[in-house]
Write a protein of this length. Structure first.
Length: 351
């Protein structure tokens, strides 16, 4: 059974959840001896896997079609690792599987985001028509897929993401609130900034900084909020974190603030916990319960401010939260991801 993974070039420098999933699944399947074909690996020209307008048409349409025509992409199972790769499904003869990360229900924050989203929605539409099976990365995503695309439950399996074993605790320097992820409206980073401002107003900790790591269309607006609050010296925008520094970055945080409104999964939550960092999330948000189970849920900015302060000032409480997070994050292994996905391939191939 040959398995073709439909994903963009894996450059071992994942910058988002889709790419982390692809790298982890590839590593897990290869470790188990699976016959894996990476259709878009080693592209003839240097195109970034994501973050540019040319990436989707190049990796999701042009390059794989050229390799199909050249007979270099023949397989028994084709697994689209995100919605956008399913645009190829009408042209494929083998069994077709797609991983659905989430059904985006929040308004796009920019014209470019709206354009990308429409392309992904096209892939989802084609997957609904042509896919033999769906893998959802959480029960929340399964529910969204059934409700919004009317996919039958017996065509869906739930397989959670995995966390790379490289994420581990290191020595924590100083007192720091941290955020790591895209800067877009859905991520709700403004709430964390305003919570930090409230904390500093009520319980001044001049030595405590707020590090915001990432890029995105909401960056200019967030910088304006920081300036308006008079926090330009305390809130630091660090930009995109390269993969070789991501472990060190998580471990530079004392507390991780992640008030996202919606996530298909929420990689940063478990990655931070695996590094021994307690995580604050927004209560009632559309983030899978499987992921937030060991997080501290906050109803609003005021409560988040108080929990920031408690975690920074109460070492015993912080250590309890850290231990719970470490134990829970350890259950999301690459081996489990690969084992469960292989069983789905075998089931679909045998039909």
């Amino acid at each position: 059974m040959r398995i073709a993974l439909l994903t963009r070039n894996l450059d071992d420098n994942p910058t988002n959840g889709f790419e982390r999933y692809a790298h982890n699944l590839r590593d897990g399947l290869i470790a188990k001896g699976a016959d894996v074909l990476l259709v878009n690996q080693d592209p003839p020209i240097n195109v970034r896997p994501s973050g540019s307008l040319i990436s989707p048409p190049f990796y999701d349409i042009l390059l794989p079609i050229l390799r199909l025509l050249a007979g270099k992409a023949n397989a028994d199972i084709y697994h689209a690792l995100t919605d956008s790769q399913a645009v190829l499904f009408p042209f494929l003869k083998g069994k077709k599987i797609i991983t659905i990360h989430h059904v985006d229900l929040t308004p796009p924050g920019s014209p470019s985001e709206a354009l990308f989203r429409r392309f992904y929605e096209l892939g989802t539409d084609l997957a609904v028509k042509y896919a033999d099976h769906f893998i959802c990365i959480s029960n929340q995503t399964k529910k969204e897929l059934m409700e919004h695309y009317d996919v039958a439950e017996d065509k869906i399996s739930v397989v959670p993401h995995a966390i790379s074993p490289k994420f581990r605790p290191m020595k924590k320097p100083g007192l720091t609130i941290g955020y790591l992820g895209a800067l877009k409206k859905r991520k709700n980073v403004e709430m964390a900034i305003r919570a930090y401002a409230l904390m500093q107003e009520r319980h001044p900790l001049p030595q405590c900084k707020f590090l915001i790591c990432g890029e995105g269309p909401d960056e200019a607006r967030l910088k304006a909020v920081v300036q308006e609050l008079g926090l330009s010296e305390q809130v630091v925008f660090k930009g995109q974190v390269p993969e070789e520094r991501i472990l060190e970055t998580y471990n530079s945080f004392t507390v991780f603030a992640f008030p996202s409104l919606q996530e298909g999964f929420g990689f940063p939550i478990l990655e931070a916990q695996a590094c021994g960092v307690p995580v604050l999330v927004l209560k009632g948000s559309m983030v899978p319960e499987e992921v937030t189970r060991r997080c501290i849920e906050c109803t609003d900015e005021s409560e988040m401010a108080e929990m920031m302060y408690r975690l920074l000032s109460d070492e015993g409480y912080r250590e309890t939260v850290v231990k719970d997070g470490l134990d829970y994050a350890a259950t999301f292994s690459v081996d489990s991801l690969a084992t469960r996905t292989l069983k789905i391939y075998q089931m679909v191939y045998g039909k």
